[in-house]
Design a protein around this ligand. Structure first.
Ligand code: PAF
Length: 289
């Protein structure tokens, strides 16, 4: 296929398996990029990596209802399928899997995946049930597609940890690649939810990145007390008058347990609402320890 032709779009698991059977028979390596659509450069960086490493790239586009809480933005989540397919055409993606809810959660669906401790703090605490929905849909997508490799973004750091745990615990035959956060020129982490922000909100949302930059700088200068760093980050974030902080966390990057002192690479993770849009961001604080 040429770079400008759109991917084949399939909506059922039967069509998906049928299409992939010939790729598999020919020994092709299949890469999967699971998304909820509203694609931006962050997603496309995963797609390009999949294209570079695999023979055949499947992008799933599905706004998974089971990972949204009752008060969350399932109804208003941006749905931009035509633009998404154009963007995937530009990357030379072979297949887009775009199922409807009945295809994914058939009548009587009653099986859910619960991942333990890494799913509990941070997002797990603020969004009860979120990771159960994520782990369940990701396992289903892994089973539907049967890819050799799957691609996730580091912006959803905890999500990637939860999926890695699930893959290890359930012996899933798939490799994971977690790719770097893609930022706008001014530092805002790319997210489909950025589209909710007004111009002013978009500007105020820069406090997330600025606070992470400050945390990195403080650690670089020798600050090792996580409470001091979190306080300094809070001071930056609250310069945005409508910022509501869900959490500022300095945690072990593998277990997500809070650190008492920074003596090894530490994850700084944030969830902040600006204009009622919930934004997350993170960075690894690294220094000469
Ligand atoms: O990161 C996302 O977009 C979603 O959580 C995922 C992995 C596609 C599951 O719905």
């Amino acid at each position: 296929m040429t770079d400008s032709s759109r991917p084949k779009v399939v909506t059922t698991v039967a069509e998906l398996r049928d299409t992939l059977a010939s790729v598999r028979r020919a020994g092709g390596k299949i890469g999967l990029v699971p998304t909820m659509g509203a694609l931006h450069e962050g997603h496309l960086s995963l797609v390009r990596r999949a294209k570079a490493e695999c023979d055949y790239t499947v992008v799933s586009i599905y706004v998974n209802p089971s990972q949204f809480g009752p008060q969350e933005d399932l109804g208003s989540y941006p749905r931009t399928l035509e633009a998404d397919l154009d963007a995937l055409a530009g990357c030379g993606v072979e297949l887009a899997f775009v199922p409807v809810d009945q295809e994914v959660y058939g009548q009587g669906h009653a099986t859910w995946v619960e991942v333990g401790s890494v799913a509990e703090p941070l997002e797990g605490q603020c969004r009860p049930g979120h990771f159960c929905g994520v782990a369940t849909i990701v396992l289903k997508l892994f089973n539907m597609v049967g890819a050799e490799v799957a691609y996730f973004g580091q912006k959803d750091y905890q999500q990637a940890l939860v999926i890695r745990r699930m893959v290890e615990d359930l012996d899933l035959p798939i490799e994971l690649r977690v790719c770097p956060i893609v930022r706008e020129a001014d530092g805002l982490a790319m997210s489909s939810r950025n589209a909710y922000l007004s111009l002013g909100g978009r500007q105020r949302a820069l406090v997330l990145y600025r606070s992470l930059q400050l945390a990195s700088e403080l650690v670089r200068q020798g600050q090792r007390d996580p409470r001091t760093i979190a306080e300094r980050m809070r001071a930056v974030i609250t310069t945005a008058e409508d910022a509501r902080i869900d959490y500022i966390a300095l945690v072990d990057p593998d277990t997500l347990e809070p650190v008492g002192r920074i003596t090894s690479p530490t994850l700084a993770a944030l969830a902040v609402r600006i204009e009622n849009t919930r934004l997350i961001d993170n960075c690894l604080l690294n220094a000469e320890f």
